[in-house]
Design a protein around this ligand. Structure first.
Ligand SMILES: CC(=O)SCCNC(=O)CCNC(=O)[C@H](O)C(C)(C)COP(=O)(O)OP(=O)(O)OC[C@H]1O[C@@H](n2cnc3c(N)ncnc32)[C@H](O)[C@@H]1OP(=O)(O)O
Ligand SMILES: CC(C)C(=O)C(=O)O
Ligand SMILES: [Mg+2]
Length: 559
């Protein structure tokens, strides 16, 4: 006998769910304070429970499972505090879990006394495995347990006069239960509760343990809905766990299969590998243009509260909320993200279309400036994005390539990420203010008789000595190059010149990019920035010359 036996999926060749799409949000129920809490190393005390409860209200949950009051004094008194202090808004229903045991049910009703709206959630396990090893009971005995529990709940609920009590039943371990038996036991419970179209019962079909691929769960839900006699008088609820890492997928596919409601927790906290991550599922809907009804516009705050209350960290790669999910390290991703943002800016379009990003980080209170980070895997796109973001320089393509090599050398040698500010600093010290043998002070135009030519006098310092040099050319840059060649024998050719106005906020100055070629054929960029475009250009040229001079200094010192 093999140690692991494959799950035997049911046969549903005429399944319809693959042809469906999700068009609206389900009813959400948070089980953070119960299923999430029961799975914590340090279960929440009253203060943490209250903080999380208030956060769940702010997010917009209208159904919240607040505990298992018959199992825990903390849960019981928390519930009493919520009710007695009138902390439950009228449009919010609290839910409480109980096993199908009379004393526990009675204690549960004591806990909810005075609540305006409550769901009493009854469960018992129905799977073949649990029937055999835990309950050692046959189907009839398991059904009797559920029916007796449902009956006691019905009796106690009929005595409640000051609030509305709704019913929920979970055939726990539904995924490991034969569908016929799940239907049979849910029908039996509903025969007791007699739901109506106006007063539906919630039938929660948990993937208590995720045993198979998510499509199998969807088949189970679709078939259950077809066979269940009370389908029209029931709200079909999902409750997935994440043992195979597909808790979200299973809930999404099962919604296609006809479910109406979903239980889960923030960031998927819960037993073992966790519950359904409601944040992910809700924001997946947002990315499809569907209003989830939940507010995650400040996801950092939601995460802070969840981490504080559960004492568990949200992983860096957790969808939407993780530290690294709006960060692209690799070059081609960075390049594409930059181009995507540029294209959106240029076209002014509202539709969010940026490669590699499914959601606008700003919509969930995150910023996109730390999206791009630079390490040795990065390329020109990301490096250029950071320089533009940090300093306002829009680098010409060849300069992007050149600077990304400078950054790569630095990150390769340290093996570390280079933070945005460091990238900016590296850019400035490499291209804008490299070590200066030549310093520009000022310039003034002189009379020039030659057509298409201009003459200038430049005040400069070269190797620590002040000079006045005169040169002529087709503009100030050409004139300075000629003056320096004549006076000091500095023979560099301008290969490329580009400029742009810098965006408002950076002092409405101009940036100029000068590519110089040395007599040996090396090409080096210099960059200038100034309120005057002419001065920005001269400063860029002087920076490029200083880089050329630095290169020959290095070559001499190596000889
Ligand atoms: C999948 C889920 O998340 S289910 C929710 C699980 N959550 C919790 O259990 C929360 C905390 N639970 C507890 O503190 C305890 O289990 C209590 C207080 C509820 C009950 O405690 P105890 O009575 O000491 O017993 P314990 O939990 O060990 O009980 C197991 C017994 O209950 C029976 N049982 C288990 N679940 C159920 C159920 N849903 N309905 C009826 N009986 C049940 C078992 O068969 C077993 O019976 P046995 O003693 O005859 O063998
Ligand atoms: C109590 C039930 C719904 C549960 O938590 C589960 O089956 O996972
Ligand atoms: Mg659960």
């Amino acid at each position: 006998m093999p140690k692991y036996v494959p799950f035997q999926p049911l046969s549903l060749p005429d399944r319809t769910w693959p042809n469906q799409t999700i068009r609206h949000a389900p009813v959400w129920c948070s089980v953070d304070l119960r299923d999430g809490n029961q799975a914590l190393i340090n279960p929440m005390g009253p203060a943490k429970k209250m903080e999380l409860f208030k956060t769940l209200l702010r997010i917009g949950f209208k159904e919240i499972e607040v505990g298992f009051p018959a199992a825990s004094e903390t849960d019981f008194s928390f519930l009493r505090e919520l009710i007695e202090q009138q902390l439950i808004p009228d449009d919010v229903t609290i839910q409480v879990l109980t096993q199908a045991r009379p004393q526990l049910i009675e204690r549960t009703f004591e806990a909810i006394a005075g609540a305006k709206n409550a769901i009493v959630h009854l469960y018992n396990s129905t799977s073949t495995l649990q029937r055999r090893v835990v309950f050692r009971a046959d189907k009839a005995e398991i059904t009797k347990l559920a029916v007796d529990g449902a009956t006691r709940i019905h009796e106690l609920a009929s005595q409640v006069s000051d609030g509305r009590v709704r019913y929920q039943y979970s055939p726990e371990s539904f995924t490991g239960t034969e569908i016929d038996f799940s239907v049979e036991i849910c029908d039996a419970v509903c025969n007791v509760w007699q739901p109506t179209i106006e007063n539906k019962t919630i039938i929660n079909l948990p993937s208590t343990v995720e045993l198979a691929t998510p499509n199998v769960y969807a088949d189970q839900i679709e078939l259950f809905c077809r066979l269940f006699k009370f389908r029209d008088r029931a709200i079909i609820s999902l409750h997935t766990h994440n043992d195979r890492g597909t808790g979200v997928a299973a809930s999404e596919l099962a919604l296609l299969a006809g479910a109406d409601r979903v239980e889960g927790t923030l960031f998927g906290n819960g037993e073992r590998t966790g519950n359904l991550d409601i944040v992910t599922m809700a924001l997946n809907l947002t990315t499809q243009g569907i209003d989830s009804g939940l507010d995650f516009s400040n996801i950092k705050e939601v995460r802070r509260v969840a981490e504080f209350c559960t004492e568990l960290k949200v992983h860096e790669r957790t969808p939407y909320a993780g530290d690294l999910v709006f960060t692209a390290f690799s070059g081609s991703h960075q390049d594409a993200i930059k181009k995507g943002y540029d294209a959106m800016k240029e076209s002014g379009q509202e539709q969010f279309e940026v490669p590699y990003l499914t959601i606008d980080p700003a919509d969930i209170g995150r910023q996109y400036d730390p999206i791009i980070r630079v390490n040795s895997q990065s390329g020109k796109g990301g490096v250029a994005y950071l320089v533009e973001n940090e300093l306002g320089f829009r680098l010409p393509r060849r300069l992007q390539v050149a600077f990304s090599q400078v950054v790569q050398q630095a990150t390769d040698s340290t093996g570390q990420e280079m933070p945005a500010r460091e990238v900016g600093k590296k850019f400035l010290e490499t291209y804008v203010s490299p070590p200066a043998e030549l310093v520009y002070r000022s310039h003034k135009p002189l009379e020039c008789d030659l057509e298409d030519q201009e003459m200038f006098q430049f005040s400069i310092e070269y190797q620590g000595v002040a000079h006045e040099v005169v040169g002529q050319g087709n503009g100030p840059l050409d004139a300075l190059v000629h003056a320096l060649t004549e006076k000091f024998g500095l023979a560099y050719d301008i290969q490329d010149y580009q400029e742009h106005a810098m965006e408002a906020g950076s002092g409405s100055s101009a940036a100029a990019y000068i590519l110089l070629k040395t007599p040996e054929g090396t090409e080096l960029y210099g960059v200038g920035q100034h309120r005057s475009l002419t001065k920005a250009s001269i400063l860029g040229l002087v920076a490029a010359i200083n880089r050329c001079l630095g290169l020959s200094r290095d070559a001499t010192s190596k000889r």
